[in-house]
Unconditional design. Structure first.
Length: 450
């Protein structure tokens, strides 16, 4: 679902008038910007409520020395919105990329609360253009009130379920209001429904939402930019993103390889696999690439903090904290270890000997048959007996012949093998890797390997 909708019924500083109704809108760089806010921002609250906008002086942010945007009403919300736009306009003469914009908004948000951290409640939604929306939370309670003002969100995706509203005896079956192509993020000051996995944003956290999923790192925003969903304007030139400046290439490149290998169109809806597992899921960027193509998606990662971020992203049906092989080896996780799609984005850079992993993946695909896709950094020197090496950057690189020998040893069939993909940069140099898509041939699906 590629549609942004805003609704704000919260009271902020300012009188009751049409000018003070959220959301606020301004045009900048030939793009429509929309802002909705909940809370109180003392730095931008008029000292005298009766004071007119023309006589009120608000602080400037960032490099801004001259204001172009001014509030029409008398809310702190509109005043801080105009100040943020003035700062962005002063900083950029070309259209910023999403990772650059993310960092700029994060910096401005921190500047707004700095020095008055305890008094400030700053929760906002900022929409810019057709695709992009940012959410920032600096929660708190107003003086004399026990009501906590923060931001919570929930991500809804197929298969949709029913949910019951908390404040009204009313239930909604989202299967009736959405289809298999929809993915919806709802953001509110408090959870609105029972039976859904609402998540509260952390203090000072900035999220960018795209296609209903949250992203919290510049390199994740870079991947959205490369998909053609960044800012777009006819008014000023755009900045081109460096292809390898942010290490988010691998999930997108692997998805493209899988699409090509399976003869699938990236943009066409449809389920490719019933049960999939993302090995070494990290913060969930890889899962977000494949979510729409699998019926049930499990993510597994050793790092509890990364697993928490992946869970908060909302694109997995299940998250397991543990070794990448544990989800394939052991019974007990939902009572099954059978999958028809296994993928690993940037996992093999942290594993030297890949033979145990290949053996485990082979067994997990035996019953259903299916696809195994992964990336691996390639060691160019083929001389010597070593099958893999630990590089100076503390990441493993594997030899081409070693990967080919494993494919043959465990009975996989190669659907696609790109051995010259540029996965990332290190010390200014291109790091070349292999993007591999394998299949288990039908004749071998029920052969038990010892």
């Amino acid at each position: 679902l590629h549609e942004l909708k805003y609704s704000n019924t919260q009271h902020t500083k300012g009188g009751v008038s049409l000018e003070n109704v959220h959301p606020f809108q301004r045009e900048m760089w030939g793009i429509q910007w929309t802002f909705a806010h909940n809370g109180e921002v003392p730095k931008f609250s008029p000292k005298n409520p009766q004071e007119s906008c023309e006589t009120t002086e608000f602080p400037t942010l960032g490099p801004c020395s001259e204001a172009v945007y001014h509030p029409i009403g008398d809310t702190d919300s509109e005043a801080v919105f105009c100040a943020m736009l003035n700062a962005l306009r002063a900083e950029f003469t070309t259209l910023p990329t999403l990772p650059v914009l993310y960092e700029a908004i994060q910096k401005l948000s921190c500047e707004i609360v700095k020095g008055q951290e305890r008094e400030t409640i700053f929760n906002f939604l900022l929409g810019c253009g057709q695709f992009n929306m940012f959410a920032f939370s600096w929660p708190g309670s107003r003086e004399g009130s026990k009501v906590w003002n923060g931001l919570h969100y929930v991500v809804r995706y197929p298969p949709f379920t029913s949910a019951k509203l908390k404040d009204v005896d009313y239930a909604v079956d989202f299967n009736e209001t959405n289809d298999e192509n929809d993915r919806v993020a709802i953001i509110a000051t408090k959870p609105l429904t029972h039976g859904e996995n609402w998540k509260e944003m952390e203090r000072g956290q900035l999220l960018m939402f795209d296609k209903g999923l949250p992203y919290s790192r510049p390199y994740e925003c870079a991947d959205i930019e490369r998909c053609g969903r960044g800012l777009s304007s006819r008014a000023i030139p755009r900045t081109e993103i460096c292809p390898y400046q942010y290490q988010s290439n691998i999930p997108r490149l692997l998805k493209q390889s899988v699409c090509t290998a399976l003869g699938k169109d990236e943009d066409c809806p449809g389920i490719w696999a019933e049960r999939a597992v993302d090995l070494g899921c990290g913060s969930g960027l890889s899962g977000a690439q494949f979510r729409h193509r699998v019926g049930n998606l499990t993510g597994v990662d050793l790092n509890p903090e990364m697993a928490k971020e992946a869970r908060d992203r909302g694109c997995y049906d299940r998250i397991v904290v543990g070794d990448a092989e544990c989800i394939l080896h052991k019974e007990g996780y939902a009572g099954t270890r059978e999958y028809d799609f296994v993928f690993a984005c940037d996992l093999f850079a942290y594993i030297g000997d890949l033979r145990p992993m290949f053996h485990t993946v082979r067994k997990s695909l035996e019953c259903r048959g299916g696809t195994f896709a992964f990336s691996a950094e390639i060691w160019k020197e083929e001389d010597g007996d070593a099958e893999f090496v630990l590089q100076s950057c503390a990441r493993f690189a594997h030899k081409r012949r070693y990967i080919r020998s494993l494919v043959e040893e465990f009975g996989f069939e190669t659907l696609s093998l790109s051995e010259s993909a540029i996965l990332r940069k290190h010390d200014g140099k291109d790091i070349v890797g292999a993007l591999t898509v394998l299949s288990l041939p039908p004749s071998l699906r029920h052969v038990i390997m010892i």
